[in-house]
Design a protein around this ligand. Structure first.
Ligand code: ADP
Length: 524
């Protein structure tokens, strides 16, 4: 409902005052105060400024003119309607200059008075409307601000869902968000343990050290209630919401105002439910991630165990086949010789596979040990070529080396550097037809030695390039499949390069050839 208009009538004539009071009372919507003389009227206007003043011009002692002057002096900005006697209209001009809004000559009718008053009040009404609008705008703005903050915090929690933080960090982050958005005095998060019981996980108070008033028992009961009902549950100054993942409830998140005892608004309940949804997903995500990590670890340990256990008998089989092939026992028939050769080469393949598997599991479990020392690339290259030259020659491939004389030593594990080179050179001859060319180049740039192994082989399609360096990837190309391989080499090479502070990249054109280039930091 609209507020009454406050009118002050300042007139020494009781008849006029009564007339005015009565007229406004008849009309309704006005609260009228009366002053019997100028001084009294001025005081009333100063103490509690009305919306409008009806001011008699002719009054003993302090007349209308003096009242207007005093109002102006005190910067009271209230519209004034002057009541003049018949014939004194001329002085009205002077009053208008002083800011008087209008005048009425005695005698005037109630109707004339309403018209004059309403006209003078237009400004007041407009100003009031503007004030209300401004106030509403400020409120809307504040509300908007709050919503933005809420959305911000919800977004933050949402992001945690995908950013795979540790569970402890995650729970802290969730409580931060709850504090930030809802502004409770304390917040806590409980998780359901294996036996299905709710256990406190994190607790926070807004003011650290402040006495913790919420009764534990009451909070636990409320949390259990929220879990049972699968909905937000409030009691006094506490509010709890369940953490739901599909059909399961994994915990509860709660708020309390133990100091002020203030209850939570229904709006906060919705907000807590939204936060709880995000939190539940995030917690579940972190749990699954941990499970996957543990499974991965278990798998790596298993692979490492199997590789080790198979390694010993294989070494023994290989030793005996060596003895047999070299004719150190009884001479073999040509057929026996052929059979034993097949066994020997298959054992060799299995040994390579086991060695690769052992490397992968070491890399994945973070147990790859590197004996880093200043190493000349040329030494490692010499060893690598010793191991591969036979195969290159057997394929009638041409090998060129472009290694500058004064190449600085790199910081690397010599055996692992040799392994990188053997892998890349083996791939180069394996995936290059007979008579092709292989080139190994090295250069020195920006604190690194860069080494490129190029071939004029079958090349790698852009689709296959996307999967290079991943475990067990081998191209479907029959030209690849006719060669033996595990699909582990490049994955190991990449890890070995990166573990030693370098980078590896590939450039390839199908049917033209491939270049693998890697860097190693120069030794200090
Ligand atoms: P493997 O050689 O045992 O298959 P790698 O991890 O060394 O495993 O290589 C993975 C795959 O990358 C190969 O199977 C092949 O498809 C492709 N590849 C690697 N090097 C080359 C190369 N120089 N030329 C063409 N393809 C290559």
């Amino acid at each position: 409902m609209e507020e009454d208009v406050h009118v002050l009538i300042i007139d020494d004539s009781q008849a006029i005052r009564e007339f005015v009071l009565q007229a406004f009372a008849d009309r309704g919507g006005y609260t009228v105060r009366e002053a019997h003389n100028g001084a009294e009227g001025l005081q009333m206007a100063l103490d509690d400024p009305p919306d409008l003043i009806l001011l008699d011009f002719e009054m003993p002692r302090m007349d209308g003119s003096q009242v207007v002057d005093a109002l102006n002096e005190h910067q009271v900005d209230v519209p004034v309607i002057l009541i003049t006697s018949h014939g004194s209209e001329a002085i009205a001009v002077d009053f208008f200059r002083k800011g008087v809004k209008d005048y009425m000559s005695k005698p005037f009718t109630a109707e004339e008075m309403y018209v004059a008053v309403e006209r003078a009040l237009t400004d007041v009404r407009l100003r009031r409307e503007k004030e209300i609008l401004t106030q509403n705008l400020a409120l809307a703005n504040e509300e908007l601000h709050r919503r933005v903050r809420e959305l911000d915090a919800l977004y933050g929690v949402g992001k945690s869902v995908t950013s795979l933080l540790s569970r402890e960090q995650l729970l802290e982050r969730i409580l931060d968000a709850v504090f930030y958005v809802i502004g409770a005095e304390e917040a806590s998060l409980m998780l359901v343990d294996e036996s299905g019981r709710l256990r406190p996980a994190v607790h926070r108070q807004r003011v650290p050290g402040e006495a913790h008033h919420t009764a534990h028992r009451a909070a636990e009961e409320l949390a259990a209630d929220a879990v049972r009902k699968r909905d937000a549950t409030a009691s006094g100054s506490m509010l709890y919401a369940p953490l739901k993942v599909g059909e399961r409830v994994v915990g509860a998140i709660g708020l309390g105002n133990p100091v002020s005892g203030r209850p939570f608004a229904s709006h906060n309940r919705q907000l807590l439910l939204a936060l709880a949804d995000y939190a539940a997903i995030a917690i579940e995500n972190a749990r699954l991630y941990e499970e996957v990590r543990q499974a991965d670890q278990a798998k790596s340990e298993f692979v490492s165990f199997v590789a080790h256990e198979l390694g010993t008998p294989l070494t023994s089989i290989r030793g005996y086949t060596d003895v047999l092939l070299r004719g150190l026992s009884d001479p073999l028939t040509p057929q026996q010789q052929q059979f034993i050769s097949v066994v020997h080469s298959n054992v060799e393949r299995m040994q390579i596979l086991l060695s690769d598997l052992r490397d992968i599991s070491r890399i994945e479990t973070g147990h790859m040990k590197l004996n880093t020392e200043p190493t000349p690339l040329t030494d490692a290259l010499k060893d690598a070529l010793e191991a591969t030259r036979g195969q290159i020659e057997a394929r009638a491939q041409e090998l060129t080396l472009e290694i500058p004389e004064n190449l600085p030593k790199v910081s690397a594990d010599p055996a692992r550097l040799t392994q990188i080179l053997i892998n890349l050179i083996s791939n180069a001859y394996k995936y290059t037809p007979e008579g092709g060319r292989i080139r190994v180049q090295a250069s020195h740039q920006n604190g690194y030695v860069r080494c490129d192994v190029s071939d004029t082989g079958i090349g790698i399609s852009p689709e296959d390039q996307e999967h290079l360096f991943t475990k067990f990837f081998r191209s479907e190309d029959p030209a690849v499949r006719e060669n033996q391989g595990t699909g582990l080499g490049l994955c190991i090479v990449k890890s070995l390069v990166e573990l030693q502070g370098g980078r590896i990249e590939v450039e390839s054109q199908i049917g033209e050839g491939t270049t693998f280039g890697f860097t190693m930091p120069i030794a200090a």
